[in-house]
Ligand binder design. Structure first.
Ligand code: LLP
Length: 444
């Protein structure tokens, strides 16, 4: 390796902290992820392209298993789901959290054991419940009073369905108002404050076809501190003790939901799952001892923290426009593959890939190709001043809630997903084509 390349490697390595652990700088500003050159992947599979580092996903699953050896770790499928993802999660020993018949059916038909799946949802459709009971889902999380009789009536004769109850923990936490679910006044769960949680729990206990296994809570998403989880845990233990006093039952399970925050840009705070596990365990042991309750089995439901950092979005620059003070770098994707900046003001750190530039870095706005001004992918992105059409941009931490929330806006078509591993690349989900839109459009 020449001295020039070594200098390049050292300089590049400094700001790869939010990229997958397998990321390596290559000559000419290219990067390898999972042993695959991103510039070559873009050329071979076209752009926009989502690259998923299989080793990073598996490594993160293992990290969770090691951090929570006694708990059931459920991967929250809403972050990203495909058949390969189902297989990786199963092989790494995690369970699954789903919230629709679609996610459930995809998982089970891809070989995931239904008894290790938990079904959520504030508005479960008849099809959701029919699919859950038909496939033998492990647990259904009851989110509202009307579900109790519906599920009880749908359970087959002589059978019992395990259920949990989603309780509002009364804790406000999360990266944005739209993803805070821990307090009264939002659509999820049953509140212990107004007694609706206690009322629902009593009714469930009266249903012979329902087996109440535990309480569930999910405070919010993109939470970077342990404290909100500890406060929520205390409240759940308090409610479990009150249930024991009122009904003489002790619940064997407690699901603390997901929401574990990650860094999207270098230097941003992230939740450390190992620290969270240790503090939750200590609080659980202490709280249950104080309330004279046996230790319930803990469940956690990380989605973003499993798959987010494993994904990279690759875009080709189509146009660069200087308007007054601003520079707009427009790429071939946008809010149809990543609505997160428009929805939550999410921030990303794109990077020029596959070309080495010596131009001074400047702040630009990376925008998409869609027909609205809010179609921004990265505000204040630091890119070399000579970025030009044809350049390739890589956006790290693109694995969660981008493709799973992608849309058909402007009939641009959703990008392909390629898995990279040990130097090999393979398509997991093919690119959406005009033909796909045509096939669905059957009217005249
Ligand atoms: N469990 C439940 C019941 C949930 O509602 C969620 C996320 C999770 C687990 C997983 O949360 P995670 O660990 O992935 O933060 N679209 C938003 C995030 C919405 C999260 C919805 N529920 C975003 O792009 O930030």
């Amino acid at each position: 390796m020449t001295a020039e390349i070594i200098t390049e490697v050292t300089a590049d390595a400094a700001d790869l902290s939010v990229w997958p652990a397998s990321t390596l700088p290559l000559p000419h500003g290219d990067l390898a992820v999972g042993g695959v050159s991103l510039a070559e992947a873009a050329a071979r599979f076209d752009t926009p392209l989502y690259v998923l580092d299989e080793g990073e996903v598996r490594g993160r699953c293992r990290m969770y298993r090691d951090a929570f050896p006694e708990a059931e770790v459920l991967y929250a499928a809403k972050a990203f789901l495909s058949r390969a993802m189902v297989r990786w999660v199963r092989e790494e020993g995690l369970g699954l959290d789903v919230c629709s018949a679609g996610e459930l059916e995809l998982a089970v038909t891809a070989g995931f054991p239904p008894e290790r799946i938990v079904l959520h949802g504030n508005a479960k459709s008849p099809r959701d419940l029919e699919t859950a009971l038909r496939l033998g889902v492990g647990r259904i999380v009851i989110d509202g009073p009307s579900e109790i009789a519906r599920i009880a009536a749908a359970v087959g004769p002589g059978e019992r369905q395990k259920v949990m109850v989603r309780v509002v923990p009364g804790v406000s936490a999360g990266g944005h108002d739209k993803i805070r679910t821990g307090t009264d006044g939002q659509k999820f769960g049953l509140s212990p404050t107004d007694g609706s949680a206690q009322h629902a729990l009593a009714r469930i206990l009266d249903q012979p076809s329902l087996e109440l296994t535990g309480l569930h809570c999910h405070t919010g998403s993109q939470i970077s501190e342990v404290k909100p989880y500890l406060v929520a845990l205390c409240r759940m233990i308090g409610l479990m003790a009150r249930l024991r006093d009122a009904h003489g039952i002790t619940l064997p399970e407690l699901d603390m939901g997901g929401g574990h925050g990650i860094a999207y840009r270098p230097g941003e705070p992230a939740l450390d799952p190992t620290a969270l596990a240790g503090r939750l365990r200590a609080e659980l042991v202490e709280g249950c001892a104080a309330a004279r309750l046996p230790l319930p089995r803990l469940f956690v439901e990380p989605g973003r923290a499993v798959v987010g950092p494993a994904g990279i979005a690759l875009y080709r620059v189509l146009a660069v426009k200087h308007t007054g003070e601003k520079v707009f770098v427009a790429v071939d994707g946008g809010m149809s593959d990543n609505p997160r900046p428009a929805l939550y003001g999410a921030r990303y750190a794109p990077r020029l890939v596959g070309r080495r530039s010596t131009a001074r870095v400047r702040a630009v706005t990376v925008v998409g190709r869609h027909c609205e001004a809010g179609d921004v992918l990265a505000a204040d992105a630091e890119l070399p001043g000579d970025v030009r059409p044809g350049d390739l941009l890589g956006v790290p931490v693109a694995g969660a809630y981008q493709l799973s929330m992608a849309s058909g806006y402007n009939l641009v078509g959703r990008p392909a997903v390629v898995a990279v591993h040990d130097g090999g690349a393979r398509v997991l989900v093919r690119r959406e084509t005009l033909e796909d839109f045509r096939v669905r459009d059957i009217g005249v």
